[in-house]
Design a protein around this ligand. Structure first.
Ligand SMILES: NC(=O)c1ccc[n+]([C@@H]2O[C@H](COP(=O)([O-])OP(=O)(O)OC[C@H]3O[C@@H](n4cnc5c(N)ncnc54)[C@H](OP(=O)(O)O)[C@@H]3O)[C@@H](O)[C@H]2O)c1
Ligand SMILES: [Zn+2]
Length: 337
């Protein structure tokens, strides 16, 4: 089978289509004919050599978390799915025995890690991590859900939002940003989002963003948000200086949930502002399989329409990463092997 492997960690030019043996299912495993695999900034960090998870000793490396397709074969002990089922993978890898696996939420697992391997014609996965799709949900749509939408869903959960709340989403145009807006709208929240691109913000307004602010300078953004309102929650996937900005902007008792570091891994915050304002900063990573099942259900009910910028063949995988690197996408980029 063909895979889009990372053969060098130098950016999109490090993607090479290579031949690998077709996988066989072991116990509790299934083989998926991959019809769609969305890419994420997480894959791009790896491809750019900016991830602690993978280094040159691991090459060639097949990334790709967000797998959807048809079950081709199952190994011994699999009862949840059978060949022919249309499925989407929850990319959580958990130990199944620690306190968090037993009590939940499972994404807090002490040994938590992520599945990789979807940028390929076939993927070998744990069968109990598959969510069977209803007939009305296409695999090409479902592939957009796992990483971006699960993460956004869990962030909104952790932000403890109420229907009258306003949420501030810096960097609103990418996978997680768009997912935050769409899910916040479903909850009836008011949304404020930022981008460097006026054209991309126009598209976000069409998707339901209430207040679009163009810019990247934190001081300018601070004034622009304050002119609108005082946010009750901040959904922050950028990190860096946007973290200090988020704390500054939050209402008394407000919550900022952080899941990423695109704009930097460090930030200075005003400690007195934090404690005198009863504000909270909350870390969050991915979501739970139950949340993915709920997202599939929202798509089935036509309440949620995941935003997909473009589809790419397996051979065009490098182009998909170039599009992400150049910040040209609104929402998701999906490879269809
Ligand atoms: N912890 C988790 O479980 C988890 C899960 C998913 C994602 N994440 C993290 O969340 C972040 C977003 O992921 P994604 O897949 O949604 O990425 P993405 O689609 O590439 O996000 C694009 C967004 O980021 C903004 N952006 C890009 N570079 C920027 C920079 N240098 N400064 C300010 N804004 C910048 C873009 O702004 P413009 O509109 O101005 O171009 C755009 O709004 C990543 O850091 C990722 O690792 C974490
Ligand atoms: Zn565990």
């Amino acid at each position: 089978m063909h895979v889009a492997a990372f053969t060098e960690l130098t950016g999109p030019n490090g993607v090479t289509i290579i031949e690998q043996p077709a996988p066989d299912p072991g116990p509790e495993e299934a083989i998926i004919d991959v019809e769609a695999c969305a890419i994420n900034r997480h894959d791009l960090w790896i491809l750019e050599g900016d991830s602690v998870m993978i280094d040159s000793d691991d090459l060639p490396f097949v990334s790709g978390l967000d797998v959807a397709g048809t079950v081709q074969a199952v190994g011994p002990g699999v009862t949840a799915v059978e060949p022919g089922d249309a499925v989407v993978l929850c990319p959580n890898k958990t130990c199944g025995t620690c306190r968090f696996c037993r009590e939940g939420p499972e994404n807090h697992c002490a040994s938590y890690s992520l599945y990789h391997g979807g940028l390929a014609e076939q993927a070998r996965v744990r069968a109990d991590r598959l969510v069977v799709l209803p007939p009305s949900v296409e695999t090409t749509t479902a592939a957009a859900l796992p990483t971006a939408y699960m993460t956004a869903y869990h962030m909104l959960e952790r932000a403890n939002v109420s229907p009258t709340d306003t949420v501030f989403i810096p960097g609103v145009t990418g996978g997680v940003g768009v997912a935050c807006v769409q899910l916040a709208k479903i909850l009836g929240l008011e949304t404020i989002g930022t981008s460097s691109s006026a054209a991309k913000l126009d598209r976000l307004e069409a998707l339901g963003l209430d207040h679009a602010i163009r810019g990247t300078d934190p001081a300018t953004l601070r004034r622009a948000v304050q002119e609108i309102t005082t946010p009750d929650a901040v959904l922050n996937h950028l990190g860096g200086a946007y973290t200090e900005l988020g704390v500054d902007l939050l209402s008394r008792g407000g919550r900022m949930v952080i899941c990423g570091r695109t704009a930097g891994s460090r930030s200075e915050i005003s400690v007195p502002d934090l404690f005198l304002g009863h504000k909270r900063i909350i870390g969050s990573t991915m979501g739970t399989q139950t949340e993915l099942e709920r997202l599939v259900s929202l798509v089935e009910r036509e309440t949620l329409h995941p935003e997909i910028e473009a589809f790419y063949s397996l051979e065009e995988t490098a182009l998909a990463f170039t599009t992400m690197q150049n910040r040209e996408n609104v929402g998701k980029l999906v490879v269809t092997p």
